[in-house]
Ligand binder design. Structure first.
Ligand SMILES: [Zn+2]
Length: 275
């Protein structure tokens, strides 16, 4: 049966960086995908005024939505102001109920950025309420269980103890690079600047091919690190010979909400392993 995947990130590029490989796998099956950004991205620049930046980043998400064939929802909270208020809770609850996801993935609870952590908490806060009809009665409550998972925590250097799944994205990597490169304001302006790169010495390339190479070089190592961290799991899921060869991966970890990703439910939500 068709499944529906919702990725909930804090900023308009988080879902793309952390989970667009999984989104592509879902789209290959003609399953539906929604990305949600809890904030509008208006602090992600050192020069561009905030309103103009939010509008530009919205257009970047639209380019990704067109490319992947997904829905991309950007909420209008300012960056650095994602917080588990009732207002943000009810907004997210309505967005998720309308989409009726089977699987929801969000930031790990231990993530480094407060917007990421509070996004994670907001997803946890609504996880049970999805099924409670008296809560936000204007949007029908769900009559099915929604499975919850975290992305691998951004800076974690170990595989977590909880149940996890890792997916091979080698064949999707070039396309994932193209997805990430759509976030031009981030990849070629803000992130090099905030990471302290001397833009006059090492200017990000201007041409399309150079830009894809630039993203590949900067984003590839993390996808390879995830494959190495989850190597044992990849070998279990894909068999030892393929498992050992996988170079780039994404990882999904059980979230301690009702209902969590587990041995009982992962195969129907991740039917990519064969066997
Ligand atoms: Zn972010």
């Amino acid at each position: 049966m068709k499944k529906r995947l919702a990725l909930v990130g804090a900023h308009p590029d988080d879902c793309d960086i952390l989970g667009s490989g999984l989104a592509m796998r879902y789209r290959e099956l003609d399953w539906d995908v929604m990305f949600v950004s809890m904030a509008n991205g208006d602090c992600g620049h050192h020069e561009m005024p905030r309103q103009e930046l939010a509008a530009r980043r919205k257009r970047e998400t639209e380019a990704v939505a067109d490319m992947l064939g997904i829905e991309y929802v950007v909420l209008d909270t300012s960056d650095c102001e994602v917080f588990p208020t009732l207002e943000q809770r009810w907004t997210l609850l309505r967005v998720l109920r309308r989409f009726e996801p089977d699987l929801v993935v969000t930031h790990h609870a231990t993530d480094y950025h407060p917007d990421h952590r509070y996004t994670s908490q907001l997803v946890g806060d609504v996880s049970y309420l999805l099924k409670v009809p008296h809560c936000c009665p204007d949007v029908p409550a769900l009559r099915k269980d929604t499975v919850h998972a975290f992305f691998h925590a951004w800076r974690d250097t170990a595989r977590p103890d909880s149940f996890c799944v890792a997916i091979d994205i080698d064949d999707l990597w070039q396309r994932k690079v193209e997805v990430i490169a759509k976030h031009e304001s981030q990849m070629f302006e803000w992130l090099p600047w905030v990471d302290g790169q001397d833009m006059s010495l090492i200017p990000p390339p201007e041409d399309a091919e150079g830009r894809l190479r630039y993203v590949d070089e900067r984003r590839g190592p993390r996808a390879e690190r995830i494959a190495d961290l989850y190597r044992e799991r990849l070998c279990e899921l894909y068999g030892p010979s393929r498992g050992k060869e996988i170079r780039k991966a994404e990882a999904y970890v059980a979230a301690p909400f009702p209902t969590s990703l587990s041995e009982e439910n992962y195969r129907e939500l991740f039917p990519f392993f064969g066997g």
